[in-house]
Design a protein around this ligand. Structure first.
Ligand code: ZN
Length: 228
């Protein structure tokens, strides 16, 4: 679909990410470390999704220029979740397979430093679309996933009511605009995910939190340091 009110492109110019980040740090003060968390947590056990199920397709936009930053923030196009969440996602993918669809994953575990970049470049009115780094994101805990559907027959992404990371009301999971076909696909994704322990985020049809997210710490290691 044509996207007329899509994401503001904050960084279309060619400045590297670290310069952008440094600029906002100077302006607003810079917390360079994740918040301290006390309590008991489960051991981080991040699993690469395609190793569990190669039928899960990836479109890791944050490793490309096609994202809300306009520059890659990942050096590797990979997706990870904590083991129980990853297994639940495989169950969803297997269920969808019988209907002719597969999961198309945009992002899973996200290092805390990337959440910080997103927060710093996002305008005040659009902050509901990004997580506050002082609280951390469920992506940082390896328990949130951004995804859509693809058609198993054609390999093409299924059209939803809005695009991934679009900052408009078309992103709301209960948005009533759009076509009947778009609603049907968006709601199919949500019902299958919610039947397997995930919950949709109120402002984004593509974002789902796994039920056990409180059990895992905020993490800030790059993909290359994840032990498999
Ligand atoms: Zn998300």
């Amino acid at each position: 679909m044509k996207n007329t009110t899509c994401i503001p492109r904050y960084a279309k110019h060619d400045y590297p990410i670290f310069i952008i980040t440094a600029f906002f740090c100077i302006l607003g003060g810079c917390a360079t470390k994740p918040p301290h968390e006390s309590g008991t947590f489960k051991q981080t056990d991040l699993i690469e999704l395609i190793k569990l199920d190669p039928g899960i397709k990836l479109d890791i936009r944050y490793a490309t220029n096609n994202n809300l930053v306009g520059k890659p923030v990942y050096t590797e196009a990979r997706a990870f979740l904590q083991r129980p969440a990853a297994q639940a996602l495989v169950n969803v993918n297997q269920e969808l397979k019988t209907l002719g669809y597969g999961l198309l994953v945009f992002d899973g575990y996200r290092p805390w430093s990337v959440t910080k970049i997103f927060w710093d470049i996002t305008s005040k009115e659009n902050k509901k679309f990004v997580a506050d780094p002082q609280k951390g994101s469920k992506h940082n805990r390896g328990c949130a996933v951004d995804l859509s559907l693809y058609d198993l027959a054609t390999g093409k992404e299924i059209e939803m009511t809005g695009q991934y990371d679009e900052m408009s009301d078309r992103s709301y999971p209960y948005y009533t605009g759009g076509t009947e076909a778009q609603h049907k696909m968006r709601d199919l994704l949500r019902t299958r995910m919610e039947a397997n322990g995930f919950k949709v985020y109120d402002y984004e049809w593509w974002h789902f939190d796994y039920q056990d997210w409180q059990s895992y710490r905020i993490t800030n290691i790059p993909f290359s340091k994840i032990k498999q």
